[in-house]
Each structure stands twice: as structure tokens, then as C-alpha cells.
Design a protein around this ligand. Structure first.
Ligand code: SF4
Length: 373
């Protein structure tokens, strides 16, 4: 790994905090042994320090601190899609909050109110919740992801959670797990009998956006090299072009990423690819501008959508989607499902020539892609 590489963003972490009642858990001990970083004990239900008092200003400092604690809420719940747009019916496994990468557009900046990285070590409860949901709904097929409130693999070198999850899902008949990342941390995925029940996914963007707006993320080369290894280990793959960002040279940028993707990764290994243009709530814009004064992604013309999020004007979105969709279609395998994340039927029809309902809806389209392989 070169000196400037962020293939493994967990190297940004400098300090560990542990909630007192978690100290004796074997999993906590395992993580502490792996990190070899200074560790401070925090009283139960307490907090590591006062960095949260100046939350957004301290967010970068907080990303250097990992807090191992209990999840006293729910691990497993549906994705917070909206009623106004076509949603993919994804279930979220909440393994922790925040991540050491720092994307200018990251929605968590506006949702969180504490700057630390949080990781829940009471995984026994996580697996109990999964057991209950999967066993009591044997006729339902679950697509489950851990990448909603964090990056699925960015701190996996320290936690090793991916191995536990991949082994668990390998035994499940009615579920697949999607691990979504902007890192290249795949070492823990090697040599596991995953039985095709885990999909490894990367967020991709135009190379210049990955470099400028996704701070401490793996480069395009590093992400694709990791994806190629996972394909060789028999994993199915997925890619997410989200958020698609309008910037000078966007056509060349997205075309290059797609060309490199299909040079590196076998087309047949890709189960799905999602497309979603930049969207954000007003408070995120304020935070983004304050934290990243050199970024200009928020200085464009936007329109407010039905979910109160700002989006590019429809003709602009359609133009970008059509270009990217056509580039993908030239190279994609017949079975790869290309879909929009949170777009209207009108956009589907205009870009892809059909609406999800004609194919049974997005959830069924995605389920069939996995089940039929
Ligand atoms: S990788 Fe995901 S969770 Fe981490 S900063 Fe970027 S958008 Fe946020």
C-alpha cells in the first residue's frame, strides 16, 4: 500500500473507547487485541468526551476515535425509503454509526449528533434479531445491507465483523447480505464458504469525484482490484453509481470508470448496479459548505423534490442517467439488473424504456437476479 493510499481507512483511527460493561465481552477483547491502540474506559451509557459539544467542527477529530459500545436499540430494520419514489425494499443491519472516510455529500453529517465512530459489540443480539426475522418469515426473501449508517468494510480490519456475517448468511436460505464499501479492505472475506449469500458492493464515481469529494477513500484502482479478488473468490458483486454528480468533464469521467470497471471485473459476476443523482436535505448543504469550502458540488441549480431533498433539474438528471445507462448497457451482462435508487416512474420510462411495475417492481427485479444465479 503506498503512503498516500486510503485503501484501508481504519488507519485514520488513533484511539479506542470502550463502554465499561462491554469490556469483558470476548468480541471486545478480540478487537482491542487487533487494534493495539490506546484505550479508555467509558462509564455505561456515558460518552467518550465532549467533542460532541461542537459537533460539526469536531467531526474530523471524532473520526479518529472508535467507540465500542452496546446497541440498546434495534439492529435490524427496513431502509428509510420514501413513499414518493420507487424504493428497493432493502433491510438495514445497523452495526455502528459513522465511518473514517469523509465524503463531502455524506448524509450522516446532517443526521448524526456525535462525531465518534461507533461500533456495536453486542453482536449476539444482532444475530438473535436476524434469526427471529428470517425464521418467522420463511416465505419472504430478504436483501440486507450494513452500509446505511456506516461503510460496511472501512473498519473491518479492526472488527472482523464481515467474517461473522458472511458465515451467518452462508447458512440462510431466504436472505442475502450486501456489504457496501468505498475501501479496498477485503482480507477477511478470503477463504470463507459464503455459498453465494453475500454480495460485495462498491460505490463508484467519476475518478475526479472519488479523489476530491470522497476523502480517505480507496482509489478507483484499489476498489476495482479488490472487486476482482472478490470475484475470483466466487462472490457476486454489485456497484452503486450514487451520488452521480454534475461536474466539468462528467461524461469522460463516468465513461472512464465504466470502461475500467469492465476491464477489471467479469461482467457475469455483477448482480446489480444502481444509479442515483446527488440529492440532499437543506441542513446537509450548510454543513457541506462549512466543512469543505473548496468543494463546489452544492453550488449548482437544484429543485426541491417531493421528499424535501434538493435534486438536479429533471432534464439534467435524465441527460446524465441516459449517458451512464447507455455506457453500462454496452458492457453489462444480460442478467445484471440496473436500477434507479429513489427515482420516479417518469424517469424510469424516459431512460430505461419501462417502469418497475411492468417487471413486478424493483424488489422482485433484484430478488430474481440473486435467486436465479
Ligand atoms: S463512506 Fe459512506 S458513511 Fe462513510 S463518509 Fe462516505 S458516504 Fe458517509
Amino acid at each position: 500500500m503506498s503512503e498516500n493510499s486510503w485503501r484501508d481507512p481504519s488507519s485514520f483511527i488513533e484511539q479506542i473507547f470502550v463502554e465499561e460493561s462491554c469490556l469483558e465481552l470476548p468480541y471486545t477483547k478480540e478487537i482491542l487485541h487487533r487494534t493495539q491502540l490506546p484505550c479508555t474506559i467509558v462509564p455505561d451509557r456515558g460518552k467518550p468526551n465532549d467533542l460532541d459539544k461542537n459537533y460539526v467542527d469536531n467531526l474530523t477529530a471524532g473520526k479518529r476515535q472508535l467507540f465500542l459500545c452496546k446497541n440498546r436499540g434495534i439492529f435490524f430494520k427496513p431502509c428509510p425509503g420514501t413513499r414518493e419514489y420507487q424504493c428497493c425494499d432493502y433491510q438495514v443491519l445497523n452495526t455502528g454509526m459513522n465511518c473514517p472516510i469523509d465524503c463531502v455529500y455524506c448524509i450522516l453529517q446532517a443526521y448524526l449528533n456525535a462525531p465518534w465512530l461507533t461500533f456495536y459489540v453486542n453482536t449476539e443480539k444482532l444475530f438473535l434479531e436476524l434469526d427471529e426475522a428470517l425464521l418467522t418469515n420463511p416465505d419472504r426473501f430478504f436483501r440486507i445491507g450494513t452500509g446505511e449508517f456506516t461503510d460496511s468494510l472501512a473498519i473491518d480490519r479492526l472488527t472482523g465483523l464481515s467474517r461473522l456475517l458472511v458465515n451467518y448468511f452462508a447458512q440462510q436460505k431466504n436472505a442475502v447480505l450486501e456489504l457496501k464499501t468505498k475501501s479496498g479492505v477485503i482480507e477477511n472475506l478470503k477463504g470463507i464458504k459464503h455459498h453465494g449469500r453475500t454480495i460485495i458492493a462498491w460505490s463508484l464515481n467519476s475518478p475526479i469525484i472519488m479523489k476530491r469529494e470522497e476523502i480517505r477513500s480507496a482509489s478507483l484502482d484499489e476498489r476495482l482490484a479488490a472487486a476482482r479478488c472478490c470475484a475470483e473468490w466466487g462472490y457476486k458483486l454489485a456497484f452503486h453509481f450514487d451520488p452521480i454528480i454534475d461536474h466539468p468533464g462528467w461524461m469522460e469521467g463516468y465513461a472512464e470508470t465504466i470502461r475500467r470497471l469492465y476491464e477489471e471485473v467479469p461482467a457475469e459476476s455483477i448482480v446489480w448496479i444502481s444509479l442515483g443523482a446527488l440529492r440532499f436535505i437543506p441542513s446537509l448543504k450548510e454543513i457541506g459548505i462549512q466543512r469543505f469550502p473548496h468543494s463546489n458540488i452544492y453550488y449548482q441549480e437544484f429543485i426541491e423534490g417531493l421528499d424535501n431533498k434538493s435534486r438536479y433539474f429533471r432534464p439534467n438528471r435524465v441527460k446524465m442517467y441516459q449517458f451512464i445507462y447507455n455506457c453500462l448497457k454496452e458492457k453489462a451482462a444480460e442478467e445484471t439488473c440496473i436500477y434507479f435508487c429513489m427515482e420516479s416512474d417518469e424517469i424510469w420510462r424516459e431512460v430505461m424504456g419501462f417502469i418497475p411495475a411492468e417487471k413486478g417492481g424493483i424488489p422482485l427485479m433484484l430478488d430474481q437476479t440473486v435467486i436465479s444465479r
